[in-house]
Design a protein around this ligand. Structure first.
Ligand SMILES: N[C@@H](CCC(=O)N[C@@H](CS)C(=O)NCC(=O)O)C(=O)O
Length: 202
């Protein structure tokens, strides 16, 4: 049995998909959370590329939030139905990350600028990108897994849940995405984690 340590700020952010995967798989890990000061004075130098999150598996450090999610998904049976399925899922993951990149740009800008960017995201990006990703979701699962829960469903759930709650995007206009979000949120292990996880601003 491997030993896992996940390092990130005390936030959901880019580490939360990995945490939800651990919760779903019922696998124990150390959820190491630091403040900005500790990041700068200690963890940044210890991380593989000076960025977080990073995951330590039996002493080996792995970087990149989606790379970590894919590694854990494949290890814990939350992956594609075969190699080709993994590749199909990977393409959807990439596109979902492109949607998420629009939100990441809103960090650290003024409130006024953020409001402008959020309105543009809701009015332009969502109608452009949501119909495209929705075509790759069938019966509440991103295509590629053979109709079962995958790490990309969890990635999609995490992002679409934020978009609907914090950006006022009505997912009922995108029924497959709504079904995916509801399905992932109602997985018993995930539900338990969401109810019990540390409360943070983002
Ligand atoms: N592509 C990377 C991006 C990692 C990243 O930008 N992490 C930020 C936190 S969300 C970070 O480490 N910032 C602190 C720093 O660069 O010193 C990933 O997805 O893991």
């Amino acid at each position: 049995m491997s030993t896992y340590k996940l390092y990130y700020f005390n936030a959901r952010g880019r580490a939360e998909v990995a945490r939800i995967i651990f919760a779903q798989a019922g696998v124990k890990y150390e959820d190491i959370r630091f403040q900005k000061e500790e990041w700068m004075s200690k963890y940044k130098a210890e991380s593989p590329f000076g960025r977080s999150p990073y995951l330590e598996v039996d002493g080996t450090k792995v970087a990149g939030s989606l790379n970590i999610a894919r590694y854990l998904g494949e290890k814990f049976g939350l992956a594609g139905k075969d190699n080709l399925g993994n590749a199909v899922l990977g393409g959807a993951s990439d596109y979902i990350a492109d949607i998420g990149a629009h939100l990441a740009k809103m960090f650290g800008v003024s409130d006024e600028e953020k409001a402008k960017m959020a309105a543009e995201f809701k009015d332009k990006t969502v109608p452009q990108m949501f119909p495209v990703i929705q075509k790759h979701v069938k019966d509440g699962h991103v295509v590629g897994s053979g109709g079962k829960l995958s790490w990309v469903d969890i990635q999609a759930y995490f992002l679409f849940d934020i978009i609907s709650k914090d950006f006022g995007v009505n997912l009922t206009d995108y029924p497959e995405l709504q079904k995916l979000v509801d399905g992932v949120a109602s997985e018993p292990n995930i539900k338990k984690w969401i109810e019990s996880r540390p409360k943070t601003d983002f």
